[in-house]
Design a protein around this ligand. Structure first.
Ligand code: ZN
Ligand code: ZN
Length: 355
């Protein structure tokens, strides 16, 4: 059999200012360890918007975003052991790493010391160009970076687990959220709603901090035990020194001090939102008094991502989604900027057939 490049179609941003539109391109011919996936659904992450609009440095155009991918295996390379045609699989934020450095050896490919290959807008070792993401019909990925989607999960609602899910799961696990711990979640968006669901299922007591009183009912329904309106100084003061761990999902610069004050001695607040401008510096006094830590965390490793998916399979956890056809992606970006989504857009990739 002669392997050939795969003709495919997707949606790309042609420049920082132009809306996304149809884009024809090719995927590499699958090598021995590659999996060719027919993409069914792709979640829409804030990183997609930041990258498409060059709000972070280094966007190469045309840019095909998308790193919350769920699809079916179409074909596998001769040496692929873990996947077979017809399997329901996922691809998250990475498609490659060096596989040799200390971080890769520990299964923490996201911190690869030579730089992991992002699913989109990263130098592509195979083509010499940049990687193209999941707003497309097909993708070809090395099997080491392909995840199994457990039976019983709705494949569309499982897509956001590949970024929003693992981005919150990894720090919750690293800082031992579970039974007997009190976990704060700052912000109720795509990341925050997954943090609530996962922390609750891990057995933690979950406190949501939000600026919007109208999110109270939703937060409780998602699994929060308490909802605190973070603009209310009295409500905040009542939580001082009570939390073991906080996951802060807010991507806009804000005052971190009220949240650091809510930590117990030795408590940790981890930032997972990435603002384009820095947060104002926290008051060091708040850290010294109580030996508190302010930390950060980036997505999660491949083994950890599979662990999270298996946990979600066991507990029936998926994201709350609004499905859209790809033709509505530009409108979806505008709505995301207004936080007008509960809580993640997912693109139905069958809509590409009508491009
Ligand atoms: Zn993402
Ligand atoms: Zn590495």
């Amino acid at each position: 059999m002669i392997a050939t490049m795969i003709d495919t179609v997707g949606f790309a941003a042609p420049s920082a200012e132009a809306p996304l539109g149809p884009f024809a391109f090719t995927r590499r011919e699958p090598g021995p360890t590659d999996v060719h996936i027919d993409i069914l659904f792709c979640g829409v992450c804030h990183s997609d918007l930041h990258t498409a609009r060059a709000e972070w440095a280094g966007t190469v155009y045309p840019c095909v975003p998308g790193h919350e991918i769920v699809g079916r295996v179409v074909a596998t390379g001769a040496a692929v052991k873990g996947f077979a045609k017809g399997d329901l699989v996922g691809v998250g934020c990475m498609v490659d790493s060096c596989q040799q450095c200390a971080s890769c050896a520990e299964g923490l490919e996201q911190y690869c010391e030579r730089g992991m290959t992002g699913t989109y807008n990263s130098p592509d070792k195979h083509t010499g160009g940049v990687t193209y993401g999941g707003y497309s019909k097909d993708i070809v990925v090395d099997e080491k970076f392909v995840l199994r989607i457990p039976d019983g999960l709705d494949p569309a609602a499982a897509a956001p687990l590949l970024c929003a899910g693992i981005t919150t799961w990894s720090p919750l696990r690293h800082w031992n959220a579970g039974k007997g711990t009190k976990v704060g979640v700052v912000g109720l968006g795509g990341l925050g709603h997954m943090a609530i669901k996962l922390a609750h299922a891990l057995g933690a007591h979950v406190v949501l901090f939000t600026t919007s009183p109208d999110k109270r009912a939703d937060a409780l329904a998602l699994g929060a035990d308490e909802v605190v309106i973070s603009r209310d100084a009295e409500e905040m003061a009542a939580r001082a020194g009570t939390l073991d761990f906080i996951i802060n999902t807010v991507a806009a610069p804000h005052n971190l001090d009220p949240f650091l004050s809510a930590l117990k001695r030795d408590g940790v607040m981890t930032l997972v939102g990435a603002p384009a401008e820095p947060h104002p510096s926290p008051t060091v006094f708040n850290l010294i008094m109580g030996r508190r830590s302010l930390a950060g965390s980036l997505i999660g490793g491949i083994a950890e991502t599979q662990e999270m998916l298996d946990f979600c399979g066991k507990h029936g956890i998926t994201a709350e989604i609004e499905m859209i056809p790809i033709q509505r992606i530009n409108e979806a970006y505008e709505r995301m900027l207004k936080s007008d989504v509960k809580y993640r857009f997912v693109i139905d990739m069958s809509s590409l057939g009508t491009v």
